[in-house]
Write a protein that binds this ligand. Structure first.
Ligand SMILES: Nc1ncnc2c1ncn2[C@@H]1O[C@H](COP(=O)(O)OP(=O)(O)OP(=O)(O)O)[C@@H](O)[C@H]1O
Ligand SMILES: [Mg+2]
Length: 387
């Protein structure tokens, strides 16, 4: 009966505070429907647990309902991740096409389907160099950049005839390998010039916009960038209250303020504390003692799940670095100051820093600074080192 939904990418009982982003994506869909060209893709970036995946899924569903060709991927880091992502891309291309079978656009996709067959062979193979030609001679050069471009052209032009779009939705996009990232950016650029309704819709950590502009100088102009962050007070209240009142329950104002204070506007925390409050309350009205107990239990849950998983993945040297970061708090810290605290040179620590970034625990908001990607991580580290 508990209506709350803490969990990665799990749709919340009340998706609040994101109407601006949803409207922006609706506009993109409407413009594709009227064959308006020259639109940009969208990139959502923000800390862990703010609701990027949920929003990306909402966009993908919206695109599917409008008969778009939809592909959904989650990029994974490292050499292994690169292979997995490509295999998934090949599979999604086939699935994306199948989902349009029987729709009016299906007939236009004939040529594109041949390209999908050809490119799947080269994507599924270990590198981009092996190519097994099926037929037609499109997207079969064995060069991923050329083949992807032909493929996107074939699909996007078919979708244009069908007054819809072709969307590639990429979660954890900061982990996409440089080759595929660069290829997709070039094609997004070309699509804008040629009027193809092709859109990359990405979500990732706060370093994603920087990665995109590093990969391609025109990257800044390719996307509508939206920072996804904490919910404001009114939205956060709604996120807690709405799921309760729908089921005939409620909170006192005091209890609500206790829960809101603990969650600090972070969507994942709202779900955690909301769930705990529901569980500890015997009646229909959550009072302040219930809320206090819920904050204790919720924080224990966060410590054991959200934070501990990340702490466990860190090596002893990385933990020492994280501990120094924690002493400077949750906001951006100077890498020089951290090095000074640890009595080491900034250069010596560069490897540790970049490993923490690769692991997605930290990111560099700007040159010479570092910050946790996980809200509240510093509090967790200090808490557990006290014990
Ligand atoms: N707008 C919202 N209102 C209330 N709860 C939300 C909202 N968006 C997401 N949530 C909840 O927040 C939690 C985290 O959502 P999600 O997994 O999408 O975050 P994320 O930004 O993708 O995190 P990560 O960076 O770890 O992948 C989920 O439990 C979800 O139900
Ligand atoms: Mg996510």
């Amino acid at each position: 009966m508990n209506p709350f939904s803490p969990g990665s990418g799990v749709k919340p009982p009340a998706l609040v505070g994101r109407q601006g982003e949803i409207d922006a994506f609706d506009l993109l869909v409407a413009r594709a429907k009227s064959n308006t060209v020259g639109d940009r893709g969208m990139v959502l970036s923000g800390l862990r647990g703010v609701g990027k995946t949920v929003l990306l899924n909402v966009f993908a569903d919206q695109a599917r309902r409008n008969d778009w060709f939809v592909i959904q991927l989650e990029a994974q880091p490292g050499a292994a991740g690169r292979g997995v992502t490509r295999a998934k891309l090949a599979r999604e291309l086939e699935v994306g096409a199948r989902q349009l079978r029987g729709k009016p656009v299906w007939a236009y996709l004939k040529r594109a389907r041949a390209s999908i067959g050809n490119i799947s062979a080269s994507l599924g193979a270990t590198g981009a160099s092996v190519s097994v030609t099926t037929k037609d001679g499109r997207a079969d050069s064995g060069n991923l950049d050329i083949d992807m471009e032909e493929l996107v052209e074939d699909i996007a032009l078919a979708m244009k005839k069908g007054r819809a779009g072709f969307g590639i939705f990429i979660d954890e996009m900061q982990d996409l390998d440089d080759e595929l990232l660069t290829i997709l950016l070039s094609i997004q650029h070309l699509a804008g010039q040629r009027g193809w309704p092709f859109y990359v819709i990405g979500a990732g950590l706060p370093n994603l916009p920087g990665k995109i502009s590093e990969a391609r100088t025109y990257g800044e102009r390719l996307f509508l960038y939206r920072t996804i962050g904490q919910l404001n007070g009114a939205s956060a209240s709604e996120a807690l209250k709405l799921p309760m009142t729908r089921l005939g329950a409620d909170t006192t104002d005091e209890a609500l303020n206790i829960l809101l204070g603990a969650a600090d506007g972070y969507p994942f925390f709202l779900q955690i504390y909301g769930q705990a409050a529901w569980d500890v309350t015997p009646g229909k009205v959550i009072g302040s003692d219930d809320a206090q107990l819920a904050v204790r239990y919720g924080t224990e849950d966060l410590d054991r799940g959200f934070y501990e998983a990340r702490w466990q993945r860190a090596t002893p040297a990385e933990r020492r670095y994280l501990h120094a970061m924690a002493q400077l708090g949750d906001s951006a810290s100077s890498t020089g100051e951290i090095a000074a605290m640890m009595g080491k040179s900034t250069n010596k620590l560069a490897v540790i820093r970049s490993r923490l970034i690769t692991k997605g625990v930290a990111y560099a908001p700007e040159y010479g600074s570092i910050q946790f990607t996980v809200p509240g991580m510093s509090g967790y580290i200090l808490r557990q080192n006290q014990e």
